[in-house]
Design a protein around this ligand. Structure first.
Ligand code: MTE
Ligand code: MO
Length: 322
């Protein structure tokens, strides 16, 4: 039992490198033989035309284009996922197709004027959608670059009308062990949860994602709606959200409950603060030829977010980066 509580990230660095190398090799082989898959997914078939067109018509936000790095091939990023609900390997894309995303709603409750439910379709059709190219840095030291379509979390905060006593937001993923079979594993604190301060959630970088690569979000990416917080380690970017709760106290998230020394509340990317079991100085580029590049503080988004943490440095110290 003790062993099994270790997340997959507990695997050695070498094994992680092997997996990425394997994946790259497989992809090179596939494209070389002209067998590269189209990268389209079945769930777009279920979406109504109007939902789809809101996503395909979203304007590009040129503040978030990527000059230095290449966008990760969709055929790679969509087949190498962390989505523990469907298994503890990276290859859960097929399993995730079992998730029923039609008619999905999000409950907004806790310290708000009035709790409410809102459908994802409604969010897609009423929020101003935009496409942003964001870098993603997993705590396991691999990274990718993805064009996400979505809207600023701050726009949902506005309609949520939090009370002044609300200081934090807790996000919840669905809980349905019949569909997500790994949720039968009782040693995990299901459902997956994550948390942010209201200040972090209000930052313009905090992005609710409903599409990727110009299409409706497919299931392995956390359909129909997931968060992306590009300056934090990937585990903060919670998938398939069903509930947003405003709280007074700092929530304890899924990974923090499992291993607080390794996966904390803040989890801001910092190459100088090592994971207890490996270095965070460099990252392996998903879909690259196995190369690593230097990791940047706040994953290169310091201009947008560093100010959030200035006054916390004395009290939180290195915990800001774990
Ligand atoms: N519900 C849920 N959200 C999750 C995870 C998960 O296992 N379950 N994994 C996290 C981790 S560790 C990472 S790196 C990213 C991976 O996102 P991707 O599969 O779209 O690359 O999702 C995050 N969100
Ligand atoms: Mo991750």
């Amino acid at each position: 039992m003790h062993l099994i509580t270790k997340p997959n990230w507990a695997i050695s660095e070498n094994k992680v490198i092997d997996e990425v190398t394997f994946l790259n090799r497989r992809n090179i082989l596939a494209s070389g033989l002209g067998l590269a898959m189209s990268g389209t997914f079945g769930n777009s078939l279920f979406a109504s035309n109007s939902i789809t067109s809101h996503i395909t018509d979203a304007s590009k936000n040129f503040k978030f284009t990527e000059m230095e790095r290449k966008i990760t091939d969709e055929n790679i990023s969509s087949k190498y996922n962390n989505f523990y609900e469907f298994g503890s390997t990276k290859y859960i894309a097929k399993e995730a197709e079992a998730l029923e995303t039609e008619g999905w709603t999000i409950k907004v409750d806790g310290l708000v004027e009035k709790p409410f439910k809102i459908s994802v379709d409604k969010l897609i059709t009423t929020m101003a959608l935009e496409e942003r190219i964001y870098r993603h840095r997993c705590v396991e030291a691999w990274s990718m670059v993805v064009p996400w379509t979505g809207f600023e979390l701050s726009n949902l905060l506005k309609i949520s009308k939090p009370l002044s006593s609300a200081k934090f937001i807790k996000f919840y993923t669905f809980y349905d062990p019949k569909v997500a079979t790994e949720q039968k594993a009782r040693w995990y604190p299901w459902p997956y949860t994550e948390g942010l301060t209201i200040e972090e959630a209000s930052n313009p970088l905090s992005f609710l994602v409903v599409g990727a690569y110009g299409k409706i979000l497919h299931k392995p990416f956390g359909a129909p709606i997931r968060l992306h917080l590009p300056w934090k380690y990937g585990f903060k970017s919670i998938k398939s959200i069903v509930r947003i709760e405003f709280t007074e106290n700092r929530p304890i998230s899924f990974w923090e409950e499992l291993n607080p020394n390794e996966y904390g509340f803040w989890a801001n990317v910092n190459p100088k603060v090592n994971h207890p079991r490996w270095s965070q100085e460099r990252e392996r580029v998903l879909g690259g030829a196995g190369e690593t590049i230097p990791t940047k503080i706040f994953n290169g988004y310091g201009a947008e977010v560093a100010h959030l943490y200035k006054k916390l440095e004395s009290s939180e110290g290195l915990r800001l980066y774990r």
